[in-house]
Design a protein around this ligand. Structure first.
Ligand code: CTP
Ligand code: MG
Length: 247
């Protein structure tokens, strides 16, 4: 089956706080984006890799051009698009340029720079086995509670009050790459295009849009190296992984 991988790298990296797009931040002497792209290419699942970069970016585009030149014959077609304001907008921009005949698409966060190639393969295998949507997940280690803002007299005690405890054995932390039948993901994103501002802001991954269509989303095991580099602590962990068992 013809598979494309979308790498979303158009975020600004506010929480990492480097004053540059997160994909451009150094990790182990390279950029976060280069690590992510190497994982994608090493897995050999994609005929096309489409990368969404921040609108107006030139630095990442230059890095991608260099990476493309160095690819051996038979490697994937690399394309670049301007990302959008939200992650979902960036995914939609990339979906719009996928080649005709693409059957499956994997959507991957550049921020999950160290996602191992076996996860791309695992997700692709589930698609080949008939899944229309598949996500890599890990069990949750923390107890997760829902909270609400406190009001009235209790507000002077603490800002939030617990409204419930989710059963931990049923919870999973969700990673990327997330894999989809292309037609299903396109339909899911078309539906999301009609969301109001509040609904749009609540979209944190692609699978939730597919869930809203009523299409089953399958879960395979993810990897702890696939952590999303979000905060300075995550970057320290990623550096440590490169120096240790992965490096
Ligand atoms: N992303 C994107 N386009 C956006 C927002 C995010 O392509 N408009 C991408 C990011 O580049 C990242 C992934 O989506 O690879 C996950 O987003 P996140 O970890 O939130 O990255 P940033 O948005 O860059 O970080 P922050 O929210 O701290 O600014
Ligand atoms: Mg973000």
């Amino acid at each position: 089956a013809v598979t494309a991988v979308i790498v979303v790298a158009a975020g600004s990296g506010e929480r990492l706080g480097y004053g540059m797009p997160k994909a451009q931040v150094p990790l182990g002497g390279e950029t976060i984006l280069m690590h992510a792209l190497r994982g994608v290419v090493a897995s050999d699942v994609a005929r096309q890799v489409c990368i969404a970069v921040p609108k107006g970016d030139t630095a990442l585009r230059a890095l991608i051009a260099e990476f493309t030149v160095d690819l051996v014959d038979g490697g994937p077609e690399i394309s670049v698009v301007d990302g959008g304001t939200s992650r979902a907008d960036s995914v939609r921009a990339a979906l719009a340029v996928l080649e005709d005949g693409t059957e499956f698409v994997l959507v991957h966060d550049a921020a999950r720079a160290l996602a191992p190639e076996r996860i791309f393969e695992r997700v692709s295998e589930a698609l080949a086995a008939g899944a229309k949507a598949v996500i890599p997940t890990l069990p949750v280690v923390d107890t997760i509670k829902t909270v609400a803002e406190t009001d009235g007299a209790d507000a002077s005690i603490a800002p939030e009050v617990v409204t419930g405890t989710a059963p931990r054995e049923q919870l999973r932390a969700v990673q990327t790459p997330q894999g989809f039948e292309l037609a299903t993901l396109v339909r899911a994103h078309e539906a999301a295009g009609l969301f109001d501002e509040k609904q749009a802001a609540a979209v944190t991954d692609d699978a939730m849009l597919v869930e809203l269509l009523g299409v089953p989303v399958h879960a395979v095991r993810g990897a702890s190296q696939s952590l999303k580099i979000t905060t300075p602590l995550d970057l320290i962990i990623a550096e440590g992984l490169l120096e240790g068992p992965l490096g």
